[in-house]
Design a protein around this ligand. Structure first.
Ligand SMILES: Cc1cc2nc3c(=O)[nH]c(=O)nc-3n(C[C@H](O)[C@H](O)[C@H](O)COP(=O)(O)OP(=O)(O)OC[C@H]3O[C@@H](n4cnc5c(N)ncnc54)[C@H](O)[C@@H]3O)c2cc1C
Length: 492
């Protein structure tokens, strides 16, 4: 007995419980690990042939590459803690800053230029700094300087990043520096981003400094100044995190099954019956699995379909929070001209200037990719699709999508790339969730969580609720798993 709790009885109760996690993306796997650690019998059911969801790996021209998420934001330390728990800490790597940071392309009258260092979400601290002026010109710099001369600024929580930057620094800073960052990092317009969430501490710094640029100087002296904050990766690819999670869950006695799409959740007393569909051409037959509790870790649409029938209309009454569709075209090219990484680790675009949203020169950004590719071979990821625009690759065959990506890459990197230089390509489509910093998202997802919690012994995790990004999904999945298991273990 500890503090009146019978630990042996609790352990026995855990061993009797069975939880089914639906969806084997990072959210589902992290929550499954939380259950397995306590000795709860957990089964993960993943519809696809492989776990991972937006963490996807594949071969292109003989190279094994991340085809979806390729890094994690270091903020909060949650992903690093998970990586450490899984024994992968020694393989954590940082981007190759020696090649320079990201560039911005599509600047009217300028073309492409390095994204100024030291900013916060693209907002510069000093509008007259050479690298800032190169992008916004003298006119833009003087307009931004008005920020220092205007009455002292304080912002409320309702302010949008777009409104804030437009009013204090003018449209050149907004269109040429901030919009490329929010579009590239969040697939969203600055008008839809809450500065308080996207740049924690900015609000307080503004109150302290009295101006937006002053606040940025203040903040950037304290924190990493990469566009979306500091990121790291795993040597060999972020997909290794998925493989390590599956291995650890199985080691702890949990079960991870792939090619098992869940079609329906049915009430069975206090618990659940999970109905899985058969997939044509696979051995698995349609089946039902009994569970004391379920955690739905799928995309939003599937989660709603599965849970809504059990929430008395509460979930269906809420509008979806659906995010953009994104295509990532991975190109492997042979090009001596790219050896010196002419545009650093990658290129963001001024919205409307190109058909691509952003490009990552993966073999310049990550040493492990460069070493795998070998001399003269480069890996480039071109992304298409934002909140306001379907991907320009929509409806194209994979070959034509690759040619469009090659054309965009040539323009964004300032280096002619021909189809003869293309050694391989692959296009992957994703339904991306909204960023946590999207204005109103918190209220929407709080309402969705409340509706989900009206059903007993069901939880839901994943980017549609936590906001996109591993740094959001991981801690949220741990918290939700804890809520579900406590309700189960301490149920009267
Ligand atoms: C292209 C792209 C690049 C990204 N890059 C980064 C990055 O570099 N760094 C970063 O931190 N974040 C990045 N993100 C965001 C991050 O990858 C996601 O927020 C996170 O991986 C989402 O995890 P999830 O578990 O919520 O969902 P998902 O990864 O979508 O997983 C959901 C899973 O549920 C399964 N499923 C669906 N329906 C069913 C069903 N009926 N039955 C069983 N299973 C089902 C799916 O097959 C899928 O595997 C990126 C996202 C995208 C799309």
């Amino acid at each position: 007995m500890t503090d009146g709790i019978d630990l042996l009885a609790l352990r026995d109760r855990a061993a009797e419980c069975r939880i089914v996690v639906i969806g084997g993306g990072i959210g589902g796997l992290v929550s499954a690990l939380e259950f397995a650690k306590l000795g709860i019998r957990v089964t993960v059911l993943e519809a696809a042939e492989h776990c991972g969801g937006a963490l996807r790996s594949g071969e292109v021209a003989g190279l094994t590459l991340d085809l979806g998420a390729e890094s994690f934001a270091t903020r909060g330390g949650h992903v690093a803690a998970l990586i450490e728990e899984l024994g992968l800490s020694d393989d954590v790597v940082s981007p190759e800053h020696g090649v320079g940071g990201a560039w911005v392309a599509g600047i009217p009258g300028v073309g492409a230029a390095p994204l100024p260092r030291g900013g916060v979400l693209g907002i510069p601290g000093n509008p007259f700094a050479d690298d800032v002026r190169r992008v916004i010109g003298w006119g833009g710099a003087w307009r931004a300087y008005l920020d220092r001369l205007r009455p002292v600024l304080t912002i409320g929580h309702a302010s949008s990043l777009g409104k804030l930057v437009r009013s204090r620094l003018g449209t050149r800073v907004l269109d040429r520096l901030v919009a490329p960052v929010t579009s590239g990092v969040y697939s969203a317009s600055p008008d839809d981003i809450d500065p308080d969430v996207a740049a924690p501490g900015l609000n307080t710094a503004i109150t302290r400094a009295g101006s937006l640029t002053g606040a940025v100087l203040d903040l950037s002296s304290q924190r990493a100044s990469a566009p979306g904050g500091a990121v790291q990766g795993l040597s060999g690819g972020m997909y290794r995190l998925v493989a390590a999670l599956v291995e650890r869950i199985e080691h702890l006695g949990g079960e991870v099954r792939t090619s098992v799409p869940v079609a329906e959740l049915m009430r069975d007393g206090e618990g659940w019956i999970v109905r899985c569909e058969a997939i044509e051409g696979h051995d698995e037959e349609s089946e039902t699995i009994a569970a004391d509790a379920v955690v739905v870790a799928t995309d939003e649409k599937t989660a709603r379909e599965l849970i809504a029938p059990h929430t008395d209309g509460a979930l269906s009454a809420l509008p979806p929070v659906a995010g953009p569709v994104v295509d990532i075209v991975t190109l492997v090219v042979r090009s001596p001209a790219l050896v010196d990484a002419p545009r650093g680790t990658g290129v963001l675009t001024v919205p409307g200037s190109h058909r691509a949203k952003a490009l990552t020169h993966a073999s310049a950004k990550w040493a492990w990719v460069r070493e795998q590719a070998g001399a003269g071979v480069h890996v480039i990821r071109v992304s298409f699709g934002t909140a306001s625009e379907q991907p320009a690759t929509d409806g194209l065959t994979p070959d034509n999508a690759a040619l469009l990506a090659l054309e965009e890459a040539s323009s964004l990197l300032g280096v002619a790339l021909t189809r003869q230089q293309l050694l391989g390509h692959r296009t992957e489509r994703y339904a991306q969730s909204q960023p946590a910093a999207m204005i109103g998202l918190r209220e929407q997802t709080d309402a969705a969580r409340a509706a989900i919690r009206s059903a007993r012994h069901v939880g839901s995790v994943g980017a549609w609720l936590s906001g996109t990004g591993l740094a959001q999904v991981v801690p949220d999945a741990i918290e939700e798993a804890d809520r579900v298991r406590r309700a189960l273990l301490f149920a009267p």
